[in-house]
Design a protein around this ligand. Structure first.
Ligand code: PLP
Length: 495
């Protein structure tokens, strides 16, 4: 057992500052002396004083031998991993590193169709051959859930040469997959299991939260420590377990992806966030979970509002739920989620994490105060009472159009004619979207929600897909991913 109260890396930075060394090294602001005055006054001297560079006594993230090594060992123990690595370019780089480690050009990897876009970055960089798995889609909730064990099993039956299974759990809405069953299915067949757990850095530290990727035994997994815990933005961790992946390859990949000048306050914030969770995580998360559950209960007392909870557990693709994500369905008030999000911001000065056509999603974390939670509930209570015409906020009618069309019947995944990497790197050109049938797409198009790509780089544009997307656009649905938001033109591979 290591002493989880220690923060060796943060301490190394403090020791450097205390020692009064005269800096002649990067960064050029020289511990704040050269910083812009207004900026320095606002951010304070201390953060600038520890904005240093790898050097003796401070250790090097690329080749850790001292305090970063110890900080990463503490994190590995806290998460139950064999090795943990700090990342300073988010889970975005984590996804890329996992794929670059696990698969080679042409290797098959099973991936959910509704992965974060950084998964595609991993495919492009690694040159792997994706076998897409459709997540479960809840027609009633208009939400994409996790991939089910049955889908993983079917995929591996059909493609026995798949080398790795990559999962996203939890989803943006806090829906977690059945990781234990999936782990058994994947490892029984001697495949690798990679999990994008960007939204679950807190899972390991409370029993009321879904089981974590490391507890389930994923070979590689990633957490965005900045998303739900207290580390600075961009801070993430990559965990490794067992001997199915080669540690030397993983280390080489990390070295290639990491900056030689990582932001050291960020690295220290990872060290400190781990200590905070390991030593007081249980208590902090208990309070957070209670707060979120109380808010959910009070929101559900308001007519026209629905915030889902445990009652969804057991539906297809909903094995477990993260109660700290509060999804508020506002359509009962006649608003889209986008409209409600705008009202919350403009009228109540509240900014939510995400809005979709039906919902707004708010994060409740260890940093959410009771006053903030109260303000959140009061805003919805007032919004529901308000029968004044809301002029600029008048419901747009998008909703009715969308609800009368069963657009959640996702179109067939189009045939893949090129690997994502080859399509991404190929010579491309823009053609009229309505005349693009038969061409190979070089971009991703995801109607949002549910945010599942209907076409990805390397796939053939079909006439059905053109009709589908034109209807979506007409219904006011946002299409994420293309160069041209309105899809007049589309980027395709040159013939
Ligand atoms: C599932 C998932 N994976 C990865 C990422 C990328 O994480 P980061 O912003 O830490 O790079 C996100 C970001 O929202 C995400 O939702």
């Amino acid at each position: 057992m290591l002493d989880q109260n220690r923060t060796p890396y943060f301490q190394a930075l403090l020791d450097y500052v205390d020692s009064g060394v005269q800096p002649f090294h990067t960064p050029g602001h020289m511990q704040g002396h050269g910083a812009d005055r207004a900026f320095r006054e606002f951010v304070g001297d201390n953060i600038l004083a520890i904005d240093l560079t790898p050097m003796p006594g401070i250790d090097d993230l690329l080749q850790p031998t001292e305090s970063i090594k110890e900080a990463q060992e503490l994190a590995a123990e806290a998460y139950g991993a064999d090795h943990t690595f700090f990342l300073v370019n988010g889970s975005t780089s984590g996804n890329q590193c996992m794929m670059m480690t696990a698969v080679n050009p042409g290797d098959k990897i099973a991936v959910p169709r509704n992965s974060h876009k950084s998964m595609l970055g991993g495919l492009v960089m690694s040159g792997a051959h994706p076998i897409y798995m459709q997540p479960a889609v809840d027609q009633e909730m208009h939400m994409d859930n996790a991939v089910t064990p049955e889908t993983v099993e079917r995929t591996l039956d059909r493609y026995p040469d798949v080398k790795a299974v990559y999962l996203v759990s939890p989803t943006y809405y806090g829906v977690a997959a059945d990781l234990v069953t999936i782990e058994r299915i994947v490892h029984e067949r001697d495949k690798l299991l990679l999990i994008d757990e960007a939204w679950g850095p807190h899972f390991k530290f409370h029993n009321a939260l879904p089981i974590s990727a490391t507890e389930a035994g994923a070979d590689l997994s990633i957490n965005s420590t900045h998303k739900m815990l207290s580390a600075f933005s961009q801070c993430a961790m990559l965990h490794q377990i067992g001997d199915r992946v080669r540690l030397d390859r993983l280390k080489a990949v990390l070295k290639m992806f990491l900056s030689t000048s990582p932001n050291l306050p960020m690295v220290a914030s990872l060290d400190v966030a781990r200590k905070q969770m390991a030593t007081e995580g249980g208590a902090l998360l208990s309070r957070t979970i209670e707060l979120a559950q109380d808010v959910r209960r009070r929101l559900n007392e308001i007519e026209g509002i629905y915030s889902f909870g445990e009652e969804l557990q057991g539906r297809e693709g909903v094995f477990d739920l993260d109660p700290t994500k509060v999804t508020v369905r506002v359509t009962g008030l006649g608003y889209t989620g986008y409209e409600a999000s705008e009202i919350l911001r403009r009228r109540y000065n509240i900014q939510v994490e995400l809005a979709d056509l039906f919902n707004v999603v708010a994060l409740f974390t260890i940093g959410t105060t009771e006053e903030a939670a109260e303000r959140f509930v009061l805003a919805f209570q007032e919004l529901a009472r308000d029968d004044r015409p809301l002029d600029m906020y008048a419901p747009s009618g998008i909703l009715e159009q969308r609800l009368t069309r069963q657009t959640y019947i996702l179109p067939e995944i189009p045939p893949m004619r090129m690997l994502p990497r080859d399509a991404f790197l190929a010579d491309t050109e823009f053609v009229q979207f309505r005349e693009s049938a038969g061409r190979i797409c070089a971009e991703t198009l995801s109607p949002y929600p549910p945010g599942i790509p209907v076409i990805s780089p390397g796939e053939e544009i079909t006439p059905e897909l053109i009709d589908y997307l034109r209807l979506e656009l007409k219904a006011g649905v946002r299409i994420q991913g293309p160069y041209d938001d309105e899809l007049r033109v589309i980027r395709v591979v040159k013939e």
